[in-house]
Structure formats: C-alpha cells, structure tokens
Design a protein around this ligand. Structure first.
Ligand code: SF4
Length: 349
C-alpha cells in the first residue's frame, strides 16, 4: 500500500521532458539527467530508483525521498478464443480500468482507457452504464502501456495504440495530450504519431483544437446517417449535431496521406438498413475518409441486437458502390466483453 506521505510526492510519470528538466534543474542537477530518467521510466519500465544505475547512488537516494513512480497495476488478465486479452488494472486510488490487447498478424495493438467510466451516455455502450468516475492522469494513460509492455509476454510486440477503451479521450483533453506527448517523445515511448489513434464520439470543438495541437490519427464514432437516429443513440449529438461535427472533421489534418476514420456500429433495426447506407453515403460525400463497420456486440442487459450478416453485407456493398473504402472490422474479444463498447472496469471482481 502507498502511504499518505508518499501520495504527496510528485509522480515522475506525470512530467513531460520539459517538466522533468525543470524539476531536475531545481535540484541543482544537470538537465541531461532528465532524458536519462525518462528512458528508465518509459523504455525500461523502472518503478524503483535503485534500477536507475546511470544516476549516482546519492542522487537516486535523494530522488526516492522527494518523488515517486506510480503506474496502474495488473489485477487480472482474461483471454478470448480469438487471442484478445482483456486486462483489469487497479489505479492508486483503488478504481479499476481496463485495457485490451488485440492480436494482429505480426504485432499487438493496445486499446487504452482515458477515463474511469464515461459521461457521454452512448446508448449502445456498456461503459456508459457505470457513469463517470474521473479523468485518468497522464501517468495512468501511458502507464497502461508501460505496465503491459513490461509485465505481459506480448509487451515488446505492442506496436499500435488506440484510445478507444473506457472514456471519451477528448473530454480529458489536457491529460490525453500530455500522455501523447510522452508516448511520442524520443526519450519516452518513442512511438510514431502514425501508430496512435484517438477515437471520439464527436466533441467538435476539441476535434478542431486537436488538429491545431497535434497531428495524430483520428477516428470518429458516427453510428448514424442522420441527426434523428444519432440523437437517439448518442446524446452528444444534441450538442454537436452532424453538420457541426462533419465541419470539424473536414478541418482535421491527418498525418501523411492518411484518411480520417468513421466508425459505424451496425445495430439491427436501428441504423443498418439499405436506406441508412444510402443516406450515409450522401452524408459523407465531401469528407476525405474511410469507414469501419462494426457489428454490434450483444451483452447481457442490452435491448439492441446484432444485424444479420446479409444486412451487414448489403450495407457495406452500398458504401463500396459509392466509392468509400469500407472495412468490416471484426470485433475481437466479444466472448469476454472486450469488444467495442463492452468495457466496464469490473470484470470478475
Ligand atoms: S462509446 Fe465511448 S464515448 Fe460513448 S459512452 Fe462508451 S466510452 Fe463513452
């Protein structure tokens, strides 16, 4: 357990490189110690100052008295038939969050949470049912990756990061931006911004701001071809209706020649008819985008149903006929509630 006194010490995983340099300078030490410490924290995954052998013994002792290193701890790992792993993590204050490891051909993608719970209340989402608890700190966002890299066999092969776990990343804007800064910093995790995707339910002003602040992959959870359906599925649409959202998307600069992704969860009898597909094709005609279709994952207690494969194929074909790059994304881990919109932060406890 962490004592009350230790809790008051600054957690070095909250610092950006610049903040670490300021902190180190304030201790009368050379600035080049800051990248050294960042590398121990992010690349070696050290949580003990004793490990940081490029620092003098005296300096390590001093650091251990005035700072701490804390990141989420693994409580439980559950594995799906398809190899997807859902990881339950405990935060310092006792709250639980979930990360998901998704297998690819040659490497793994980690889906990280950015909030404990979520306030957005999307009607198809299990996370929404537990309500909003709090924003995750930068150390708790990057810490999911550092912990899983260090403590799971897949760790070294985690090559992609998607912020699609619990929470709405852009509702925790400053902490998410700081986390991305440390994920892409050469002395932090050293990830390319092409390997990181932020997913949003449609906070239009923050989409525009993100485009000004950073160049990173963006996925927008759309799920409806018009405001009437979207209002029913996603309360955020009442604040930022489709026109406002799509205008913000048009302003968003994707890295390189990449396309913005619209995610579309297909729900039987709600948004998956042929007419819905035609409306969607017309709605997106001015967007530089691709579409990811996801079949709704049924979970206990939901009234929504998955559409038939025939319905899904007809929907996809309509979009392809209208020249959209349209992928039918296999939702991995649905048998362990690790798929899209199925994270609750409470499995098995
Ligand atoms: S889908 Fe995403 S934004 Fe919507 S309630 Fe669930 S976690 Fe929040």
């Amino acid at each position: 357990m962490i004592s009350r006194t230790e809790n008051l010490l600054p957690n070095l995983l909250e610092f950006t490189l610049e903040e670490m340099q300021e902190f180190i300078s304030s201790l009368g030490k050379e600035k080049f110690r800051a990248p050294q410490i960042m590398k121990w924290l992010y690349q070696s995954g050290s949580i003990s100052f004793d490990d940081m052998t490029t620092l003098s013994r005296d300096f390590r002792t001093k650091l251990s008295k005035i700072a701490r290193v804390s990141r989420p701890q693994i409580v439980k790992i559950q594995e799906s038939k398809d190899g997807t792993k859902k990881v339950l993590l405990r935060l310092e204050d006792g709250l639980f969050i979930e990360s998901v490891l998704i297998p690819g051909k040659n490497n793994w993608t980690i889906c990280v949470s950015t909030q404990a719970g979520c306030a957005m209340d999307c009607k198809f989402c299990l996370t929404a049912r537990q309500g909003f608890k709090r924003n995750l700190k930068p150390s708790e966002i990057t810490g999911q990756l550092i912990t899983l890299r260090k403590e799971t066999p897949e760790g070294p092969d985690i090559k992609n990061i998607v912020m699609m776990g619990m929470g709405e990343p852009l509702a925790n804007y400053d902490n998410v931006l700081k986390a991305i800064n440390n994920l892409t910093c050469d002395f932090g995790m050293g990830f390319s911004n092409r390997k990181i995707t932020v997913s949003t339910c449609g906070l239009a002003p923050q989409i525009v701001q993100l485009g000004l602040d950073i160049c990173i992959n963006l996925a927008v959870s759309l799920n409806a071809p018009d405001d009437e359906i979207r209002n029913k599925l996603m309360p955020v649409n009442k604040k930022y209706p489709l026109k406002v959202l799509l205008d913000a998307c048009k302003k968003y600069p994707m890295p390189g020649r990449r396309l913005l992704t619209f995610e579309y969860i297909l729900i039987d009898g709600v948004n998956s008819s042929l007419q819905d597909a035609k409306k969607l094709a017309a709605l997106l005609k001015d967007q530089r985008c691709k579409l990811n279709l996801i079949i709704f994952n049924e979970y206990p207690g939901t009234l929504f149903k998955s559409p038939s494969l025939k319905t899904v194929e007809a929907f996809q074909q309509t979009l392809i006929d209208n020249h959209y790059t349209t992928m039918l994304r296999k939702s991995k881990g649905s048998d362990i509630l690790a798929a899209c919109g199925q994270l609750s932060g409470a499995f098995g406890i």
